[in-house]
Design a protein around this ligand. Structure first.
Ligand SMILES: NC(=O)c1ccc[n+]([C@@H]2O[C@H](COP(=O)([O-])OP(=O)(O)OC[C@H]3O[C@@H](n4cnc5c(N)ncnc54)[C@H](OP(=O)(O)O)[C@@H]3O)[C@@H](O)[C@H]2O)c1
Length: 311
């Protein structure tokens, strides 16, 4: 546990910064539940898979390839079905939707967990900035493709980040989704994470009255492999994300996976929808991330983007 974690208290939920995924699921039986998690082979996704499978859930673990997903699943105790889902490739995401539908199960939870962060140079997929495409559009295709398979009280949980605070003015640069009119690594990551919040909010609105919910969250700052694409010299990376940073102010991976597991399965979150969580408690995101018109616009633009992608 980091030094910072020792001084952080709990919130109204009874959990807080230092709570772990095991803490927030203690005593719960998830037998009979089916949970899809993207990015199951690394970091927070792997830890969430491990803990939720240990509590009895059938995990559909998604990774870029079926081999990666299956290999990750073999490392945990419980029932895991590995599926391929390369989020930057719509064909792969659509195939994943069909594979999951083919399993003939109802999904109780989807955790849209996978992500990439702060790529130093502009990269694109299908003409769109890669973080926006991977973190938002990939999950948009996956989740909207699976809406029919959700159980009556299903929860959609979208991993955002406090980095959404660094999104450009207005949240989403609709006139620069390619990144070609200006690219800043953290602003682009922030925009993709801002999009994750807007997506959860608009989905919550669309699911209103159905019993199904959608929420977004910030997991904390955790030394996972998320920094791998930032192009930092290894020594700097290990100083910030390893020894000093980890010891002073970061969460460990168990604590980092707590909020997604809490929002995914804890009974205290039943019926809560359209919210943003951090440290296992509801928190206010940046004010404009609460703008329903902006959320509706992103949904509409996302649908148009998806419609224009190769079949
Ligand atoms: N760690 C933090 O401090 C922190 C803070 C705020 C928010 N978050 C969010 O938490 C989530 C999990 O991150 P993490 O910290 O666990 O990072 P991580 O260890 O790097 O895990 C990220 C996962 O996403 C997968 N992924 C990346 N690009 C993908 C793609 N195109 N298609 C399919 N899967 C892809 C990775 O697969 P590969 O291993 O194959 O690349 C990996 O499984 C992310 O959404 C991140 O934005 C993390």
């Amino acid at each position: 546990m980091s030094l910072y974690a020792m001084f952080k208290g709990k919130g109204p939920s009874g959990f807080g910064y230092a709570s772990s995924a095991e803490d927030v699921t203690a005593g719960l039986s998830l037998t009979g539940k089916t949970i899809l998690i993207t990015g199951c082979n690394s970091g927070l996704g792997f830890e969430a898979m491990r803990v939720l499978a240990m509590r009895g859930a059938h995990i559909i673990g998604a990774a870029r390839t079926a081999e990666k997903a299956t290999a990750a699943g073999k490392q945990v105790t419980g029932k895991v079905t590995g599926v391929a889902c390369e989020l930057s490739d719509p064909k792969s995401v659509r195939a994943c939707v069909e594979t999951v539908k083919g399993l003939g199960v109802k999904l109780d939870v989807i955790i849209a967990n996978a992500g990439i962060m702060a790529l130093p140079k502009l990269k694109q997929a299908f003409g769109y900035e890669l973080q926006f495409f991977t973190n938002h559009i990939g999950h948009f295709i996956l989740v909207t493709g699976l809406l029919d398979t959700l159980s009556d009280d299903a929860r959609v949980v979208v991993l955002s980040s406090a980095a959404h605070l660094g999104a450009p003015k207005g949240g989403i640069e609709f006139d620069n989704l390619s990144g070609e009119r200006g690219y800043k690594p953290w602003a682009a990551y922030g925009q993709s994470k801002f999009a994750n919040i807007l997506f959860a909010k608009e989905l919550a609105k669309r699911l209103a009255g159905t019993g199904k919910t959608a929420n977004a969250l910030h997991p904390g700052v955790i030394p996972t492999k998320l920094s791998r694409n930032m192009g930092m010299p290894p020594i700097v990376e290990s100083l910030i994300f390893g020894g000093i940073g980890g010891a002073l102010f970061m969460k460990n991976v168990g604590q980092g996976a707590a909020t997604e597991c809490y929002v995914a399965v804890n009974p205290k979150v039943a019926g809560v929808t359209g919210a943003y969580f951090a440290d296992c408690n509801i928190k206010a995101p940046r004010a404009d991330a609460n703008d329903p018109a902006l959320a509706a616009k992103l949904w509409e633009v996302s649908e148009k983007i998806v419609a224009g992608l190769p079949a």
